[in-house]
Write a protein that binds this ligand. Structure first.
Ligand SMILES: [Fe+2]
Length: 267
């Protein structure tokens, strides 16, 4: 979502294959192996099931067609190769067509722990397991269709609902808190913090409230919204979300629970 990126997406050849370098594959390997140590008992069952289905390689970055075979069979979604940054119109157009944009670059070692741009590890390891889940897939599709037809100002509100579900959503299950948000699941630090820390607030998701909650992308979240099961996403998708957006715009934003962004912000 940044304005600029130093990363450039790798281009596939005529067969759709990307020739990742040894170092890029090694970064993927290290990211996957590290994160697999953090998610047991923290990621939700639906995520773990999707991860099983995807059967991601550890020693190399997967090719998009491998992901597509699994998504096609489960929910009919696809991943789409895109540049490091794409316009909002394109983002929503892809989601509205059940195509999840994946920028085909991977972070450097210098940004191993944190980067602002969503790289292929975030998109595939963070989001694709849940894209095998019908409720999550339906919600994401619905969001894309709404966003495609929304005004720029409405999109800013819509983006908050996406943020507090697809990116940073938690489940409150009978076994305890679990993660389904891909922004958390691709970050070891936030995986621990979101579940184990007593710092953040955790509240049942009220869609109107989420639409009104400001967020910062570059800090651990001060608030998470929970749902009881991913099936709740079916119900949310079927609400009149744009009516809620208009209501949120009238009511305005809640006070931020975070300090203003400092001038220099090392992550
Ligand atoms: Fe994401």
């Amino acid at each position: 979502m940044g304005k600029q990126s130093n990363y450039v997406s790798r281009q596939p050849d005529e067969n759709g294959i990307i020739a990742w370098s040894g170092e890029e594959n090694a970064v993927w390997h290290d990211l996957v192996e590290r994160q697999l140590k953090h998610i047991p008992g923290k990621a939700c069952d639906e995520y773990m099931h999707g991860l099983d289905l995807l059967n991601l390689p550890h020693d190399r970055i997967p090719q998009l067609h491998e992901i597509n075979e699994v998504l096609q069979e489960t929910t009919g979604w696809q991943v789409a190769q895109v540049p490091a940054l794409i316009p909002f119109d394109e983002f929503f157009r892809l989601l509205a067509n059940k195509q999840f944009p994946v920028a085909t670059f991977i972070r450097t070692r210098e940004e191993f722990d944190y980067l602002q741009e969503p790289d292929i590890f975030h998109e595939i390891f963070g989001h694709c397991p849940l894209l095998t889940n019908p409720a999550f897939a339906h919600f994401t599709h619905q969001y894309g269709k709404l966003g495609l037809n929304a005004t720029p100002k409405e999109r800013v509100y819509l983006a908050r609902l996406y943020w507090f579900t697809v990116e940073f959503g938690l489940l409150q299950t009978k076994d305890g808190l679990r993660i389904y948000g891909g922004g958390i699941l691709s970050s070891p630090g936030e995986t621990e913090y979101a579940i184990s820390s007593d710092k953040p607030e955790r509240k049942p998701l009220v869609p109107l409230d989420a639409l009104r909650t400001p967020y910062r992308i570059d800090i651990m979240q001060p608030i998470y919204y929970t749902i009881e099961s991913t099936d709740r996403l079916f119900e949310i998708a079927d609400l009149d979300i744009m009516a809620l957006v208009r209501e949120a715009m009238e009511l305005g934003l809640f006070e931020p629970k975070f300090p203003p962004k400092p001038k220099t912000d090392a992550a």
